[in-house]
Design a protein around this ligand. Structure first.
Ligand SMILES: Cc1cc2nc3c(=O)[nH]c(=O)nc-3n(C[C@H](O)[C@H](O)[C@H](O)COP(=O)(O)OP(=O)(O)OC[C@H]3O[C@@H](n4cnc5c(N)ncnc54)[C@H](O)[C@@H]3O)c2cc1C
Length: 381
């Protein structure tokens, strides 16, 4: 019989970061994943660490994003120390470029929105923007510097996080699919796998990304939805790009500064179910946005294309915390921000599991909000 303090369903950045946090709290943890670990959204991500909201629905997330960004340096230091692996963490800010519409007005709105949310954002005259980024295209009409934003290499980070969790004692279990939660008298006592085996645990954490909703006992609390994003990676031999660059149409994330440079470009936002593929229209869209930002990229070699499924939720907010079943906790629905939110998610879940308190109010992200919305159960937790 396999028994742990905590079983985590899902070995992406969220499950891995929670495992690392919990092993440091001396808990016996197993991470179960139905395939190789970190092969889904966490592998596909661009790695921008931006707490700025990309739509009005994301505004309630800003304080959580800011808190996570503030913890990032410490988080990557701990992960790199424990794993001996690099994460590609880079500070230095991002540049937001406006190429269309009434650029002056768009810029004022952008700056005011950021300041209203306590986020640093400075208008950047175009000659200064071109000094900072000589490769910036002539279509740029206005620009702003977001000096606190950072980036990371998600594949390197997730590998390092999982290695750090393993080094500190977590059992990483690839190839184990959880088919159901084992419930007994309003308590979750473990999970059942596709081979019929039961992993018993005092706490079960569902961190299965957009597939969380496919575990039937989890679905009422975590009605996650897949949101496809297509990406490409380019080998660029022209003027190196120094910052994350974003426009209304897409973004570029440079990896390193030496030439030839790898530049990751993205992304689409598509509601096409669980179909994970790359389409000619999707790639055309992200490449044309990238070439508009930095026209030299039209000569860059396409090294790789891929797509991933973001764990969306009905209100575009993450799904975090305990529910009205003892021993069951959720950490999913991170949508476009799971790489950014990994440190704060791990910290909050760790505090809850070990201390039954959290240092940040996470009520707005409670999984119980979906039961309340449906009005189909009495809500007690
Ligand atoms: C194209 C793209 C670009 C992105 N860019 C950024 C970005 O720049 N910045 C940012 O912060 N975020 C970004 N994101 C979002 C981020 O990648 C996700 O929010 C994050 O990776 C979610 O992590 P996760 O661990 O919850 O899910 P995942 O990484 O999807 O991991 C879930 C795991 O659960 C496993 N699993 C599923 N069902 C079961 C089961 N029944 N039993 C066992 N295991 C199971 C899966 O195999 C998978 O390994 C991007 C996402 C995409 C797709």
């Amino acid at each position: 019989m396999k028994t742990y303090d905590v079983v985590i369903v899902g070995g992406g950045i969220i499950g891995g970061s929670i495992a690392f946090e919990l092993t440091q709290r001396n808990l016996r943890v197993a991470v179960l994943d139905r395939q190789e670990l970190m092969h889904e959204a966490s592998w596909a991500a661009a790695g921008m660490l931006s707490p700025a909201p990309d739509c009005p629905a994301a505004i309630p997330l800003v304080p959580l994003g800011r808190a996570s960004l503030a913890q990032y340096q410490k988080f990557v230091d701990a992960v790199e120390d424990a794993s001996g692996l690099r994460t590609g963490f880079r500070t230095g800010g991002a540049v937001e470029v406006i190429c269309h519409g009434d650029a002056g007005r768009e810029l004022s709105t952008l700056v005011a929105l950021h300041h209203g949310l306590g986020l640093a954002c400075e208008p950047l005259p175009l000659d200064e923007a071109r000094n900072m980024e000589p490769a910036l295209g002539r279509d740029a009409r206005a620009a702003a510097l977001l000096p606190d934003e950072c980036s990371v290499e998600p594949r390197a980070l997730t590998s390092a996080v999982l290695a750090a969790a393993a080094t500190t004692g977590a059992a990483l279990c690839p190839g184990i699919e959880v088919t159901s939660l084992v419930l007994e008298a309003n308590k979750c006592i473990g999970v059942k796998t596709s081979s019929g085996e039961i992993f018993y645990a005092a706490q079960v954490i569902v961190a299965a990304g957009c597939w969380s909703s496919q575990i039937s006992e989890a679905a009422p609390y975590a009605p996650t939805l897949p949101v496809r994003g297509q990406m490409a990676s380019l080998r660029h031999s022209g003027t190196p790009i120094r910052h994350v660059l974003r426009s209304e149409r897409g973004y570029l994330v440079p990896r390193g500064v030496e030439s030839p440079q790898t530049v990751v470009v993205g992304s689409t936002i598509e509601n096409v179910g669980y179909e994970k593929c790359v389409t000619s229209g999707g790639i055309e869209k992200i490449l044309s946005a990238a070439n508009e930002l930095v026209p030299e990229l039209a000569k860059a070699e396409i090294v790789e294309t891929w797509s991933g499924l973001r764990p969306g939720s009905p209100d575009q907010l993450p799904i975090l915390g305990p529910v009205d079943v003892d021993g069951l906790v959720f950490a999913t629905g991170h949508y476009r921000n799971g790489i950014l939110l990994a440190p704060v998610t791990a910290k909050l879940i760790g505090q809850w599991i070990a201390e039954r308190r959290t240092s940040i109010d996470w009520e707005a992200f409670s999984p119980l909000r979906f039961l309340q919305a449906r009005g189909d159960r009495s809500v007690t937790a």
